[in-house]
Design a protein around this ligand. Structure first.
Ligand code: AVI
Length: 313
């Protein structure tokens, strides 16, 4: 008999307020100076696909470095009846972690949070198939909104993949503060040679450029915009003073764009700021932990010190 995970009671999915506010964010972001659109809007179906591709690029050391740390130290992570994960994606890390968790446990609940329904279903299918003692209660929602939907019982929360790096300091503290009472495993990208950072966010094959430009394509698709993608250029650089990679879209020439029945004029070289990706120092990690009301329990890193996984409790 073919195992049909959908027929079991071990997988459920709730969806809530997906892509709430895209039109409002674009209208506000293009209306302000400097112009900016929050990075959470990168992830429509095409954007999620491109991000998966970025994760496999040789230049994007982030994914494989974190994966190696998780693989090496998974047995040291604290056991919990319930594991919640913000941003599970297609779950390669999660699969690895549950292999380790189920060495010592027979029953667990997993609450993955993501905006991609396909990703949640794939993770759910794989994990319930692999672990008969696992129930998956997926939440399809933006992270901020999902904070109100996750279980309150003390759980292990996974916030991996340097997702915390896309929040500024105040946002990161606010997000982590809302998780007090749980133990939180956070993956943070460390400050390092800017050459490595530049390559990771501007790969020669142009995948990151396409990922960035897809935001304009998405505005065209969903909000009836008329951005000419050939007139825009991906630009990223490491802002050492702020400790972050910045991604921008730069107008190649003077142009007029219509979005949501409004006209926007761009001069050559004018840009739209689309993402910050913070890179951390040991001191900054300690500061974020204590400002959020957590103790920095443990820290694991790779041999080069490029990436850290920390346990906050
Ligand atoms: C999802 N996030 C952690 C990625 C990062 O590295 O900031 C998004 C990304 N942007 C460009 N490349 C990858």
């Amino acid at each position: 008999m073919v195992f049909r995970w959908r027929d079991t009671n071990r997988f459920s999915i709730v969806e809530s307020r997906i892509n709430d506010g895209f039109a409002e964010a674009v209208r506000a972001g293009l209306g302000q100076r400097p112009r900016s659109i929050p990075p959470r809007f990168f992830y429509d179906a095409r954007g999620s696909e491109l991000f998966e591709k970025i994760c496999t690029l040789p230049e994007y050391y982030v994914t494989r470095t974190e994966f190696a740390i998780l693989k090496r130290y998974a047995r040291e992570f604290p056991p919990a009846d319930t594991v919640i994960e913000f941003g599970c994606g297609y779950g390669a890390k999660t699969r690895l972690l549950f292999e380790a968790f189920f060495r010592t446990r027979r029953k667990m609940t997993f609450v993955p949070v993501d905006i991609s329904k396909r990703a949640l279903e794939e993770v759910g299918r794989y994990l319930t198939d692999a672990h008969p003692g696992l129930a998956v209660r997926a939440i399809r929602a933006e992270f901020d909104h999902a904070l109100q939907l996750i279980p309150r019982d003390p759980s292990l929360v996974l916030f991996l993949g340097s997702n915390i790096g896309n929040l500024d300091h105040a946002e990161a503290v606010r997000f982590l503060s809302a998780l007090r009472g749980h133990q939180v495993l956070v993956g943070l990208d460390m400050q390092k040679d800017p050459e490595l950072l530049h390559a990771a966010y501007d790969d020669p094959g142009g995948v990151t450029a396409e990922f960035n430009l897809n935001l304009l394509a998405r505005i065209n698709r969903e909000l009836g915009g008329d951005f000419d993608l050939g007139q825009w250029k991906h630009f990223s650089f490491y802002n050492a003073a702020a400790g972050r990679i910045e991604m921008h879209l730069i107008s190649k020439g003077a142009q007029v764009v219509r979005v949501l029945e409004e006209t926007h004029r761009f001069e050559a070289g004018e840009c739209i700021h689309t993402e910050n990706s913070y890179k951390f120092s040991a001191d900054q990690i300690r500061a974020i932990a204590s400002e959020s009301g957590f103790r920095l329990e443990k820290q694991w890193t790779d041999e080069q010190g490029w990436f850290s996984v920390v346990l906050l409790s």
